[in-house]
Design a protein around this ligand. Structure first.
Ligand code: NAD
Length: 315
């Protein structure tokens, strides 16, 4: 029997990679997306596939899917700081009402459910690296609170459906991920640095660049997501690359790999920008036998080539 999967946010950066991989694995995929921050062009190459359907739908209105649904990957939500700062109410609505509807569908259909949560639930962490047992350090009333708290609420709701309605639900905490089909202007560090490097504009590093991030290439993340989906774990489970580097190092690597002569300049740091971020992936290693495989230079190289091949996006 073919596995039928619903992917909310299926036309987004991560959603499109998930749809691609699920189809390659022989699943039937229905992507639901309102194209708020994603685009049908992200899944254009999948349209010919018999097992793929894309439906324009705002999941905060309602979700109705005829027939059986084996698995639900709930990925709809603005995710980059520029997006959620411009779309604060939409972000809170999709994290709350959208998650309620997605869990309602899982309850109705008896589906395995996976919530795409985030390392942002740890806020500006006071424990480093961050294990799943850490409760976080989030400012609920700061501008970033709309995203962090929407996801924290979504996690609480997911656990409530698991405990109260026996929904086979799991929580995944995704750490910064990069790769092909990110938007060059989405404000996240890697696409911004690549766009600037390719256009030979100054590469803008926030603060003094000593804040750290751990970045995971998208194919590694997708593998981790599918292992969690196909397990019976409830999570939360961190999926990310523990290799940590400073933002300045990241800018230098991108400059070097794209053979750019852009200069690196320093700009003010955004409010509540976390100073460190690194996943503790002991749980994923032990329970899912998962760890990232793609080297930074390799993943960045592939991403830079993709951006180079899309000059219309880079501008
Ligand atoms: P993205 O913006 O590319 O994708 C999100 C998708 O959700 C978009 O296609 C958007 O149009 C859709 N969407 C938003 N609101 C919707 C609604 N109300 N109804 C239907 N569709 C809606 O972002 P992404 O980077 O692919 O992130 C996907 C998910 O993964 C998000 O939930 C995000 O919080 C989570 N995540 C991503 C990262 C990362 O590094 N990319 C890190 C942590 C968590």
């Amino acid at each position: 029997m073919t596995t039928r999967v619903v992917v909310t946010g299926g036309a987004g950066f991560l959603g499109s990679h998930l749809c691609e991989r699920l189809l390659a694995d022989g699943c039937e995929v229905l992507a639901l997306d309102n194209f708020l921050t994603g685009s049908p062009t992200n899944v254009e190459h999948l349209m010919e596939h018999d097992g793929f359907r894309l439906r324009k739908a705002d999941i905060t209105d309602h979700i109705h899917v005829p027939g059986p649904v084996d698995q639900i990957l709930h990925f709809a939500s603005p995710a980059s700081p520029i997006d959620y700062l411009q779309l604060p109410i939409e972000t809170l609505k999709v994290g709350s009402i959208g998650t309620l509807h997605a869990l309602g569908l899982a309850k109705e259909k008896g589906s395995r459910f996976l919530l795409a949560s985030t390392s942002e639930t740890y806020g500006d962490p006071q424990v480093h690296p961050q294990p799943e047992t850490y409760w976080g350090h989030v400012n609920p009333v700061g501008p970033r609170g709309v995203y962090d708290e929407a996801k924290r609420y979504a996690e609480a709701l997911t656990m409530a459906y698991r405990r109260t309605h026996n929904v086979d639900a799991a929580i995944l905490r995704i750490f910064n991920t990069y790769g092909e089909r990110m938007r060059p202007n989405d404000g996240r560090a890697i696409p911004t640095f690549i766009r600037q490097a390719l256009k030979r504009e100054p590469i803008t590093v926030a603060g003094d660049g000593s804040q750290t991030r751990s970045v995971c290439y998208v194919s590694d993340l997708v593998e981790g997501i599918l292992r969690l989906l196909r397990s019976d774990l409830a999570g939360p489970v961190n999926i990310g690359n523990p290799y940590e580097l400073t933002m300045l190092e990241l800018a230098e690597r991108i400059k070097e790999l794209s053979k750019s002569d852009s200069e690196i300049v320093f700009v003010p740091r955004p409010e509540d920008d976390p100073s460190v971020r690194q996943p503790d992936i002991t749980l994923a290693k032990r329970e899912l036998q998962w760890e990232p495989q793609v080297e930074l230079a390799d993943g960045l190289g592939r991403t830079i080539e993709w951006f180079r091949g899309h000059p219309e996006l880079v501008g």
